[in-house]
Design a protein around this ligand. Sequence first.
Ligand SMILES: [Zn+2]
Length: 201
Amino acid sequence: MPPILPDPIARAIEAFGRMPGIGPKSSQRLAFHLLRQPRAVAEALSQAVLDLKDLIVECTTCFNLGANDPCAICADVSRDRSTICVVEAPLDVIALEKLGAYRGLYHVLHGSFSPMDGVLEDDLRVADLVQRVRAGGIAEVIVATNATVEGEATANLVRARLQWDETVRVSRLAQGLPIGSDIEYADDYTLTRAFQNRTKL
Ligand SMILES: [Zn+2]
């Protein structure tokens, strides 16, 4: 950062630059854009960021993020409580909920198994999933991890950890999701098809 920049601007640029997908050019543009906005815009933005930290909690059942614990999905008695769909991230829940085709519960792992990147089994919510299944009443676990190498490794890990229970069907979203793709970005048609044609894992 050129030293000519006043410190508050430099700090804002640095803060924006730490966000995913925001390069140096974009972070500068954001900082200068905000400078030109009325104070109310800056206040609303900072309040929204703080509210994210203060008002959003992790559901202690499915580990999805929401305004309450249990989350709205776990608390919804009309949902099928015998099916758990396992996803990597909260955004995947949103993508699947948008389809409206799935009426079961979720389990958010918060990452994918990737020892090369230092993400080990204990960094994911796998043991919590096993505990949920052990508690009983689960007929099917649908593994909807991404169609990436890490997503496949995660699916295999989940399968291995649930192997002891032969009464629970463990399935995986059908191929058709492009290899290397994130659930979050899949189009509705592809995702619905992958869901309907899920295969035994
Ligand atoms: Zn929940």
